[in-house]
Design a protein around this ligand. Structure first.
Ligand SMILES: [Zn+2]
Length: 201
């Protein structure tokens, strides 16, 4: 039986065969040189560990203040959820919805989907609704924008510094760490490896 399978280049769409017998760590497109896939040893285990770390950081980032502001002797702490509620009540419903969607809902959906798919797979089991959750994961990865939020928060921190005494809170550091951990997840997560592990189950 011919066990070679076809791979399409994500950049130039060239179809090329990939031998499942001697699969290299990294495969490049024969025509344009784009990376077809890159395998990471223990990629699944690493992604599970990083997802657990990211969930802890996400919980901290949403439970503690992002910044403390002191103006005319009055001190205010702002959490992310508190900021969303404040934006909503100040007639900025669209901004509030965007912040809640891209900085809270989608990152949480991404981490939850990763845990749902990968933890059972780690024990050789296929999670229920695997395909649907995988699609939800791809959607959440496109819409999760923790890095944009961290950048925005840093810029406003610098700008507010002229007007009031502003101190970054523990949640801001957690968000910054979460941004790095989520980047590491996306670097380690290999959908190809995922589907190859699921296929025999
Ligand atoms: Zn190509």
């Amino acid at each position: 039986m011919n066990r070679a399978e076809l791979l399409a280049c994500p950049e130039c769409d060239l179809l090329q065969s990939d031998s499942t017998v001697s699969r290299p760590r990294k495969a490049l497109c024969a025509r344009c040189g784009a990376t077809l896939y890159q395998r990471h040893p223990h990629g699944l285990e690493r992604t599970v560990a990083l997802t657990a770390a990211a969930l802890v950081l996400f919980a901290i980032a949403n439970s503690f203040p992002i910044l403390s502001l002191e103006l005319q002797g009055e001190r205010t702490d702002a959490t992310l959820a508190g900021a969303v509620v404040a934006l909503w009540s100040q007639n900025m419903q669209l901004v509030a919805a965007l912040v809640a969607f891209t900085a809270i809902l989608m990152p949480l959906a991404e981490l939850a989907a990763l845990a749902w798919l990968l933890v059972p797979l780690r024990f050789g089991l296929r999670a229920p609704q695997f395909g649907a959750v995988f699609q939800a994961l791809q959607f959440a990865q496109r819409w999760g924008m923790v890095e944009v939020f961290v950048l925005g928060a840093l810029v406003s921190l610098v700008k507010l510094g002229h007007l009031a005494n502003v101190e970054p809170g523990i949640a801001l550091w957690s968000f910054a760490a979460l941004m790095l951990v989520m980047a590491a997840i996306e670097a380690n997560f290999d959908p190809r490896d995922l589907w190859q592990r699921v296929a025999p189950l």
